[in-house]
Design a protein around this ligand. Structure first.
Ligand code: PEP
Ligand code: MG
Length: 888
């Protein structure tokens, strides 16, 4: 195997091997763009190192060969005393992990070569500053020295010189600082700062490999669902300097606005600075457009390159560049992250420009982005006390209590508080706090600062660079124009406008939801441009998708909303939801019934109520299938809480005034008590044990359907039996149901075509699906219970108890209750679907567990050939989109 690739050898499709950065540096090199020469060490080398603890034997020689070639090309040697070649060593994984991994710049500087760099650049100060930076970065990331020690020494140097900014330190001061830094390294790391440039490089490479398994990187991967076994590539790139004076600088640029998608000049530029200064958000940048005035030649060249890149990648690209004394260099490009709204806009813009087709447009957006666009926003009409405004870095409306450090953010959010994390700027150490917060607010840094980039990646609301806010993290408060916000005060931040408010601002629905609701149509203002894009993308998805999308809905209101959102029927009506409220008493009486007459009496009273529910539901879904599930939960769920009831009974007894009914209730509660109700008397078992219960429900469904038919409606009811484990259960219930339906048909004179089917939500049902299909016209996979029973995880308990530990240990990247476990639960779904269809080729197959609205799971259900997914009304657009993406 080959472990090292020159930039001229790779291309953009080799991301697995060269990482995103390496693959794109190679692509740009091959496009003839000005990229400083260099080479990439593959992810394979990293994986070998991480697996065995040792670098692959061939790596050293390969690196030597590539370094030789690089030195020849550049006409100087790494660390050469009189004219040194310097390199950067940068991590670069397949997926971008902003700020999560290590980078070391200026490798090759030493006590000797710093003189050479001074001569070469004609700038003593620059040379010593570069050396100072190398020791600091190397000390911190490679040798593990506490970075604050360097920062403190730097502060002390400034103080003793009575200056405030680094640039006011002169060569002699920096030289002294280098001595001090070397002392820190020696005492903290127990070794000298290495003077051998090759040793510096080798140690830095190893440190980048190791950083793959750093805590920050691991946390980020879990959050972003990036596999842990990919490893990182390492890019060795000849250094160019943006800090060689006012004709130098560094910047970031986007080929389109990553927030709106509009074409134009977007980015930030920082004169006389190195790349890290921009990304870290330490100094304030100028808008990229200002570069035209600063350096017109480089600006024009950059604009031309941006056009080349966008036409080549056929997508929004983001770029890091450096200008060294008037010469433009490209340091990085990649298909850029963008806000959800921009993703939709850009996809349709690119279709209009003829750069991509509709199928490709569907791949440019995700269900998660659509879900984000369906979040509510602040009400513009409402009174709101604006206290400042920053940069709209990541959209959304977030309200929460002000906190000023990550620790408090985590602590408060664990106790159920919503918090806004407020920092001067964020760095990778703030990641946990950012995850815990509703939103992030910073007073420094631009659209490409750490806070902005990471928040956008997480889909979290973020306002950054709100400069008039004075954030005092030590005293836990912020001050702005005389207003003081203390820790715990409520603030509201708008990631779409950048506005910051004191107090809670009411929120209103998103324009995308208004569109799905049919209350908004395409038009000209900003929201409508987004709506038009969503409209078009949804149309593409609907055109190509094979999966149908139904709703989980139990009442007419939800059914109507689901229909507006594009539902093609109801896949799950949970009838237990119809037994709550006033009707609980009737159910109570049913449970307490001592005699057959009493029981029949309460069933008789429930019948018309149930029937009315179904009439309404069938009317709302007229012409579309409605799957009604017979009662599923254990009966005790309809009885009062045992503790409360016991207290009531005890109190009554002490007053010598016992309540007959309460006493009977208490007995019933004890009688029905189960250690493990989820595995107890529920689902089809209820139907088999409580005489008349299921038949009452079937009668209500049949009579409702007959009534709708008589009213010239088109009811398409399907009756579904829950928690079946064996075909025998189903056969008994089925026979009874058919008899009832026949009776209703006879009585009403209406011919009813009611489909009878079952849920597949127990392992045994899945394993015997071939037999069960004999008695079922359809299967609906209940992946909630199936996940619960296949894993043996209590669905009500585990997420709050030990799942965090499981996620942390990487046992799974996401809860199997959220995304279908393909290997386990999913494989049962697949084999049951196949077996069911083998018995009954026209068997209809759907899924109605929570997974029906989960993007990744929808793709899986498409692949195994189900007919439909069913999910809650608000997730229907997401399911439609993902079904379209899966099919295109
Ligand atoms: C299921 O188990 O997946 C299901 C849809 O039923 P419920 O969630 O009501 O148990
Ligand atoms: Mg279930």
């Amino acid at each position: 195997v080959k472990f090292v690739y020159d930039f001229t050898e790779g291309n953009k499709d080799l991301k697995d091997l060269l990482g995103g950065k390496g693959a794109n540096l190679a692509e740009m090199t091959n496009l003839g763009l000005p990229v400083p020469p260099g080479f990439t060490i593959t992810t394979e080398a990293c994986k070998t190192y991480l697996d065995s603890g040792e670098e692959p034997a061939a790596l050293r020689d390969e690196v030597s060969a590539h370094l030789d070639a690089l030195e020849k090309e550049m006409g100087k040697k790494l660390g050469q005393a009189d004219n040194p070649l310097l390199v950067s060593v940068r991590s670069g994984a397949k997926f971008s992990m902003p700020g999560m991994m290590d980078t070391v710049l200026n490798i090759g500087l030493s006590d000797k070569s710093v003189q050479g760099l001074a001569k070469q650049s004609g700038d003593d100060r620059f040379a010593w500053d570069s050396y100072r930076r190398l020791i600091q970065m190397f000390g911190k990331t490679v040798l593990g020295v506490d970075g604050d020690l360097f920062e403190d020494a730097l502060e002390a140097a400034k103080k003793s010189k009575k200056v405030t900014v680094d640039t006011e330190l002169e060569a002699a001061d920096l030289k002294k600082l280098v001595t001090k830094f070397k002392k820190i390294v020696k005492s903290e790391a127990g070794r000298d700062f290495p003077q051998d440039p090759r040793e510096q490089m080798d140690l830095a490479i190893k440190a980048v490999f190791d950083s793959w398994n750093g805590d920050r990187a691991k946390l980020y991967r879990r959050q972003e669902r990036i596999p842990h076994d990919l490893g990182t590539a390492v890019n060795i790139c000849s250094m160019v300097f943006g800090n060689l004076g006012p004709d130098s600088g560094t910047g970031v640029a986007f080929t389109r606005d990553p927030a709106s998608g509009h074409q134009g000049v977007y980015g930030d530029y920082l004169q006389n600075a190195q790349g890290e200064d921009v990304v870290a958000g330490i100094r304030n940048t100028v808008p990229l457009a200002d570069l035209e005035k600063i350096d017109k030649k480089s600006y024009d060249q950059l604009m031309h390159i941006m056009e080349t890149l966008e036409n080549h990648y056929k997508d929004l690209c983001d770029i890091e560049f450096t200008i060294e004394r008037g010469q433009l260099w490209m340091l990085q490009t990649r298909v850029g992250k963008r806000t959800a709204g921009a993703a939709f806009r850009i996809a349709t813009q690119l279709v209009d420009q003829g750069l991509i087709d509709e199928a490709e447009a569907l791949q440019r957006v995700t269900g998660a982005q659509l879900a984000q666009l369906m979040f509510p926003r602040f009400d513009e009409e409402a009174e709101a006390h604006q206290i400042g405004r920053g940069i709209a870095a990541s959209p959304g409306a977030a309200v929460g209590k002000a906190v000023f450090d990550s620790y408090t953010a985590i602590k408060w959010s664990r106790s159920g508080e919503k918090v806004i994390l407020i920092r001067r700027e964020t760095n990778p150490d703030d990641l946990d706090g950012m995850i815990a917060a509703e939103g992030i607010l910073t007073s420094r840094g631009g659209k490409t600062s750490h806070a902005a980039v990471v928040a956008r990646g997480m889909g979290k609301t973020c306002v950054c660079g709100a400069e008039e806010l004075e954030v005092d993290t030590k005293r836990r408060r912020l001050t702005v124009n005389g207003t003081v916000v203390e820790e715990g005060d409520v603030v509201s931040i708008d990631g779409s406008s950048g506005k910051v408010y004191l107090g809670e601002v009411p929120v209103v629905p998103s324009p995308v939801v208004e569109y799905f609701e049919g209350r908004m149509h395409a038009g000209a203002d900003d929201a409508d441009e987004l709506v038009a894009a969503v409209h078009r993308i949804m149309a593409y998805a609907d055109r190509v998708r094979r999966l149908r999308v139904r709703a989980n809905a139990d009442n007419a209101e939800d059914a109507l909303r689901a229909r507006r959102f594009g539902a093609q029927g109801i896949g799950l009506c949970r009838t237990e939801h119809m037994f709550l409220g006033d009707r609980r008493e009737l159910v109570e009486r049913l449970i307490l019934a001592d005699t057959e007459t009493e029981r029949e009496d309460s069933l008789k009273q429930l019948l018309p109520l149930q029937k009315r529910d179904f009439v309404e539901l069938f009317e709302a879904m007229d012409g579309l299938p409605v799957t009604v599930r017979l009662l599923d939960p254990p009966l005790h769920e309809f009885l009062p809480d045992v503790t409360e009831l016991s207290v009531r009974v005890a109190l009554a007894e002490s007053r010598k005034d016992p309540n007959e009914n309460d006493l009977r209730l208490l007995q019933a509660v004890h009688r029905l008590h189960e250690q493990n109700p989820m595995l107890g008397l529920r689902g089809v078992r209820l139907g088999l044990v409580i005489p008349g219960l299921f038949t009452m429900q079937v009668r209500a469904i049949a009579e409702a359907a007959a009534e709708r038919k008589n009213a010239k409606g088109d009811p398409r009811a399907e009756i579904m039996i829950p928690l079946v484990g064996t075909v025998q259960e189903l056969e008994i219930v089925r026979d009874e149901a058919e008899q009832v339906i026949a009776e209703v048909e006879q009585a009403t004179g209406v011919r009813l075509k009611l489909a009878l089917g079952t849920m597949i939500e127990l392992p045994r049902a899945a394993l015997t699906a071939g037999q069960i299909a004999e008695a079922a016209e359809f299967f609906s996979f209940g992946t909630n219970d199936l996940t619960q029973t296949v894993w043996g995880f209590s669905r009500d308990d585990v997420e709050a108890s030990f799942f965090t530990a499981y996620l942390e240990k990487g046992i799974f990247g996401v809860s199997p209750f959220e995304t279908i476990d393909k290997d386990g639960v999913g494989s049962l779904v697949k084999s049951a679907a196949d077996a069911g269809r083998a018995t009954r080729p026209d068997l209809k197959l759907g899924v109605c567990g929570e997974h029906g609205g989960d993007p990744e799971s929808v793709h899986f259900f498409h692949e195994v050939g189900l007919d439909y997914v069913s999910c809650s009304p608000f997730r229907i657009p997401v399911a439609r989109l993902e079904a379209g993406r899966a099919a295109s």
